[in-house]
Ligand binder design. Structure first.
Ligand code: GTP
Ligand code: MG
Length: 280
């Protein structure tokens, strides 16, 4: 059987580890077997059990304390990921050979990594297990900050040629009004957004640069975001279905009996989701 994976990438603090914990719990409720691997050598805290943890191989603190290396936190992290990309045996041994594996890789958050070492590491990880990637961005963003982050998402998509699903995290923090407002950013029309912000684009050069960036994002027309509200099971399911579809998960799976809870067969959220859709 093939192995499937999600590489969960995105800026620092955008909610990658929380996404992994939420998706793990969601899949467990659906009676789906999912495992999580921590690939962040600087991770201090995460709320999920791990199948493997890169810190068993190398830790940022050890690299920073090494007198011959003398790295700071960012250089230390890049060193760790390069070390990881040269030691994939560790990953292959840690993953073993379990059938029907579906693994979430919780990646580190430093954005520089997605233009260099982490790509090599991610390529190695995809070679080891299979493909797909989730790019997470927090739901609260300024317009210009968001443009740059859209560029980062686009750059990751282009650098590492595997399917990518972009998600907008922390949607539960938004009021209904803000949720409505953020809708236009989920599937952005870059040119009309630029017009919306034209008042702040007083400099001619800056306006030209912004237009060029908008053109680039528009040319690829691939960057859209799915909202991710960790409190909304139905929304989480929609994200999972998009990812499953992008990696063709489930096409050759055999039917499994649902788990029984207190002698009663469980009515999974998956069934409920389709039930709701049928009723509507
Ligand atoms: N309300 C809310 N808070 C969130 C959500 N996702 C993450 N957070 C909070 O945001 C902070 C960072 O979340 P993490 O999941 O650690 O983010 P990360 O991307 O793994 O961070 P790094 O690994 O440091 O890059 C934590 O305080 C989380 O509790 C979410 O969906 N909703
Ligand atoms: Mg994390």
């Amino acid at each position: 059987m093939p192995r499937y994976a999600q590489l969960v990438m995105g800026p620092a603090g955008s909610g990658k580890s929380t996404y992994c914990a939420t998706m793990l719990e969601h899949c467990q409720n659906l009676n789906r077997s999912v495992q999580v691997v921590n690939l962040d050598p600087a991770a201090e805290h995460f709320e999920y059990p791990v199948m493997a943890d890169i810190r068993e191989l190398i830790q940022v603190d050890d690299v920073m304390e090494d007198d011959s290396l003398r790295f700071g936190p960012n250089g230390g992290l890049i060193f760790c990921m390069e070390y990881f990309s040269n030691n994939f045996d560790w990953l292959e041994e840690s993953l073993g050979h379990v059938e029907d594996d579906y693994i979430l890789f919780d990646c580190p958050g430093q954005i520089e990594l997605y233009t260099s070492a982490c790509n090599e590491a991610a390529c190695g990880a995809t070679a080891a297990v299979g493909v797909s990637r989730v790019w997470s961005l927090p739901g609260r963003l300024t317009v210009h900050g968001r443009d740059l982050q859209v560029m980062a998402a686009l750059s990751a998509m282009v650098m590492l040629e595997i399917p990518q699903v972009n998600i907008m995290t922390k949607m539960d923090l938004l009021s209904p009004k803000s949720k409505k407002e953020i809708e236009k950013y989920l599937d952005p029309d870059m040119y009309s957004m630029m017009e919306d912000n034209s008042v702040s684009l007083t400099s001619k050069k800056f306006r030209k640069l912004t237009k060029a960036i908008c053109g680039l994002i528009d040319d690829y027309s691939m960057v859209r975001f799915l909202p991710f509200d960790r409190t909304d099971e139905e929304g989480i399911n929609i994200v999972l279905q998009h990812i499953d579809f992008s990696i063709q998960y489930g096409e050759d799976l055999e039917f499994k009996e649902p788990k029984e809870i207190d002698g009663e067969p469980s009515n999974t959220n998956f069934d409920e989701f389709f039930q709701d859709r049928d009723d509507s």
